[in-house]
Design a protein around this ligand. Structure first.
Ligand code: GRF
Length: 193
């Protein structure tokens, strides 16, 4: 069985979409894969409750308890590797990862970013798209490399930027697409493994 570990920091709606797809599309039978654990760097992440309600193992590695990125990433890596994952899925995980951590998971670490990369890496993507007058916005699933929000693009979805959009209304429109493309991209990867 291929194990998937999902990392979150907050709401976990992408995580919920992945858990839902795993059940609905019978990943265990069809792909020989299952979500083994959800790990959060924030003890108060709402997604932890969602995961527990779904009967998935959870763990917290609180970045505030560690002195520096290297120490945090080492603890995070140990928590992840306890599940011997085939794939590590970042789903709203709001920490910058060290190059050593990224190298350890090379080829099996993916992220979803709320812009049409390579446009708008980093934060505040929706406001930046509105400010630039973009007519299209969207989301990108990509392999994670040491450079933030770079790496091979695995899937994208575009949505229109509508007159009167705020960062919040645009984010909500993009998020509905994230919930469609992320499970699909993860399933595609698992199929090839
Ligand atoms: C999503 O927009 C994702 O693209 C970004 O952070 C947000 C997380 O949302 N990285 P959720 O926690 O999955 O609801």
């Amino acid at each position: 069985m291929k194990h998937i570990v999902i990392l979150i920091s907050g709401t976990g709606s992408n995580m919920a979409a992945l858990l839902h797809a795993a059940q609905r599309d019978r990943w265990a039978e069809r792909l020989g894969a299952r979500v083994a654990a959800i790990i959060s760097n924030r003890p108060d992440a709402k997604g932890l409750q969602t995961a527990q309600a779904a009967g998935v193992a959870t763990a917290v590695v609180d970045h505030k308890a560690y002195d520096g990125r290297e120490a945090f990433d080492a603890a995070l890596q140990a928590a992840i590797d306890a599940h011997q994952p085939a794939l590590v899925v970042l789903a709203g995980f709001m920490r910058i990862l060290t190059p050593g951590f990224v190298a350890h998971y090379a080829g099996r670490l993916v992220n979803i970013h709320p812009s049409l990369l390579p446009a708008f890496p980093g934060l505040h993507t929706h406001q930046r798209a509105i400010d630039e007058g973009c007519k299209l916005a969207g989301a990108t699933v990509h392999q994670v490399t040491a450079e933030l929000d770079h790496g091979q693009i695995l899937a994208q979805a575009a949505v229109p930027v509508l007159p009167g959009d705020t960062a919040d209304t645009l984010a909500a429109r993009v998020l509905t697409q994230e919930h469609l493309i992320y499970p699909r991209a993860v399933a595609d990867l698992l199929r090839k493994m």
